[in-house]
Design a protein around this ligand. Structure first.
Ligand code: GAR
Length: 222
């Protein structure tokens, strides 16, 4: 496909969402291509996934900069050198200030493992279990300066099981993340999405007939 959006992916660690995006970009019909992967940690395993896929992968180590702004200026410069048009945060665990966020406003996405605005920040799954929710999930949103907030592009819901641990819930949510992020990035890259009054609007397909009920509507016979 010609005119694919040039995407820079920001990571800090494992990079499984990065791998899902790399996989999606292999299709000629996908409206985006990853041209740069940048980690703020030198030993992030995700850097290796990118290199194996033939994508330029670099580290902009935040510990090497005196201020957040200096770090963000280096990050911004690296993205611009690669002629990046859209930024996708995929497990990027640095808080970004107004300096960076305003430069990439409406062109930077993030994925978070909860149904935002619930459970922003760290230890998401522990807190979801503690709260006793029956359904959790993942959200892709445009980035604003407040952590894990900004116009919501897409969400995926998963059931919470009675015997879930934070790890088992994280694994179920992560599987959904790997489908959700490529979907959300495609919506943005294809130009299907616009922001009005800090809400994402686009022509949605007709809604499915039924809501997701968890536990299911059928009551088990005792
Ligand atoms: C993912 O679960 C992502 O949603 C989360 O970090 C994990 C990164 O995994 N991001 C956040 O919590 C952002 N607030 P990955 O490196 O395997 O993609």
């Amino acid at each position: 496909m010609s005119g694919r959006k040039r995407v820079g992916v920001l990571i800090s660690g494992r990079g499984s969402n990065l791998s899902a995006l790399i996989e999606a970009c292999k299709s000629d019909l996908y409206p985006a291509e990853i041209v740069s992967v940048i980690s703020n940690r030198p030993n992030a395993p995700g850097l290796e996934h990118a290199r194996k896929a033939g994508i330029e992968a670099t580290c902009v180590d935040h510990t090497g900069y005196g201020t957040r702004e200096d770090f963000e200026a280096a990050l911004d410069a690296a993205l611009r050198t690669a002629s990046v048009e859209l930024v996708a945060n995929a497990g990027f665990m640095r808080i970004l200030t107004e300096f960076f966020v305003s430069r990439w406003r409406d062109r930077q996405l993030n994925i978070h493992p909860s149904l935002l605005p619930a459970f922003k920040g760290l230890d998401t799954h522990e807190r979801a279990l503690e709260a006793g929710v029956a359904i959790s999930g993942a959200t892709v949103h445009f980035v604003r300066t407040e952590m894990d907030s900004g116009p919501i592009i897409a969400q995926a819901a998963v059931p919470v099981m009675v015997d879930d641990t934070p790890d088992s819930l994280a694994a179920r949510v992560l599987e959904a993340e790997h489908k959700l992020y490529p979907h959300a990035l495609a919506l943005v890259a294809s130009g299907a999405v616009r922001i009005e009054d800090e809400r994402v609007v686009f022509d949605r397909a007709s809604a499915p007939e039924a809501a997701l009920f968890w536990p299911p509507l059928e009551v088990p016979s005792s």
